[in-house]
Design a protein. Structure first.
Length: 124
């Protein structure tokens, strides 16, 4: 797996269209609609990150895993929490510290506090 600081090059076998990307995602078992396939294709073709935000359980990680599998790329997952800004999230990534923070919130606020922390996301 790549270091979080390393930028991966785009896949050599880049999808030719949004429909091609949707087909590849389908082969991994992930069903997508035209809008999401188009956004994914544009992010790939423009060499831009695809930043996902949403409630827990809405499929953000599933999409990332399917894209990584469909394009034969490594997946680097960033868990966001309240209080983390873009600089910390992108450049000072410390998984152990993030987990410690979440466990502290869980211990003081219960598991409902974790949902609030995760839902706040990375708003840097």
């Amino acid at each position: 797996m790549s270091d979080a600081g390393d930028m991966q090059t785009p896949p050599a076998d880049m999808p030719a269209s949004a429909a091609d990307l949707a087909e590849r995602l389908g082969r991994t078992g992930y069903l997508t609609d035209d809008g999401l396939a188009t956004i994914g294709y544009l992010a790939l073709s423009m060499h831009r990150p695809l930043l996902l935000e949403g409630e827990p359980g809405t499929g953000k990680t599933a999409l990332a895993e399917a894209l990584a599998e469909a394009l034969d790329l490594d997946l680097i997952r960033l868990q966001c929490h309240e209080g983390i800004d873009a600089s910390q999230a992108l450049y000072d990534w410390d998984f152990a510290r993030q987990i410690l923070h979440l466990r502290t919130v869980e211990a003081t606020k219960g598991s409902d506090g974790i949902d609030g922390v995760v839902n706040a996301g990375c708003r840097g």
